[in-house]
Design a protein around this ligand. Structure first.
Ligand SMILES: N[C@@H](CCC(=O)N[C@@H](CS)C(=O)NCC(=O)O)C(=O)O
Length: 206
């Protein structure tokens, strides 16, 4: 049985849960991280020396780093669908997965943490606004891409949609002003109709 450690409100844990639900893969989830602690115990550090979530144990194979986990699970259980057999199509999905971690998340992180996990009197309005503007700017890249693509890595849903799909829920659910990005909105609306996305990602932000 696949075991997943991680609290279900974490963006990186949600990536893995959503991926599993899309593949109808059975798993056991153990709360860890944030208020649940666990991540600083020697047992957990043995599995993941970073003390972060998610971590998986798939019949003795331990893996951390959310995108690596998605790639592994999709290659193992969804080759030809979530995980394309074609190297170029797969690289396209990989590209958007990495872009979420290296470009989108650094842009939105301050805004998300500020509005959701920081008391109002401790917020830095200037930093929040900078983060909002930067996020809107980088999402312009996605909007332009989605003008000619149904999904991030082509015309079918793939693992490439999962990381940014988790991130975009935060952008859509935050109480902020958002510029009109019609192609991005269309992509999000499509994701929002997927039962697995509703179940694992579209949760109240916390
Ligand atoms: N690059 C790592 C980042 C993991 C990470 O930063 N996880 C956060 C939650 S989203 C975490 O563990 N924070 C500490 C905690 O929850 O205690 C990945 O993608 O898995």
């Amino acid at each position: 049985m696949l075991v997943i450690w991680g609290r279900n409100n974490s963006v990186n844990v949600q990536k893995v849960l959503w991926c599993c639900e899309e593949m109808a893969l059975r798993y056991e989830r153990i709360d860890a991280g944030g208020a649940f602690g666990v991540v600083n115990t020697p047992q957990y550090r043995n599995l993941n020396p970073n003390g972060l979530v998610p971590t998986i144990d798939d019949d003795g194979f331990v893996l951390w780093e959310s995108n690596a986990i998605i790639r592994y699970l999709a290659a193992r259980h969804a080759a030809g669908s979530l995980w394309s057999e074609d190297p170029r199509a797969r690289a396209d999905a990989d590209r958007w997965m990495d872009w979420m971690l290296t470009t989108f998340w650094p842009a939105i992180r301050t805004l998300f943490l500020g509005l959701i996990r920081t008391a109002p009197d401790k917020r830095d309005p200037r930093a929040l606004e900078e983060s909002r503007l930067k996020t809107a700017e980088v999402l312009g890249i996605v909007d332009a891409h989605l003008k000619t693509h149904q999904y991030l890595a082509g015309d079918a849903f793939t693992m490439g949609d999962i990381p940014l799909g988790c991130g975009i829920w935060r952008w859509m659910a935050l109480p902020i002003e958002r510029p009109a990005l019609p192609n991005l909105q269309r992509w999000f609306d499509t994701l929002a109709r997927r039962p697995a996305y509703k179940k694992t990602v579209m949760l109240p932000l916390s």
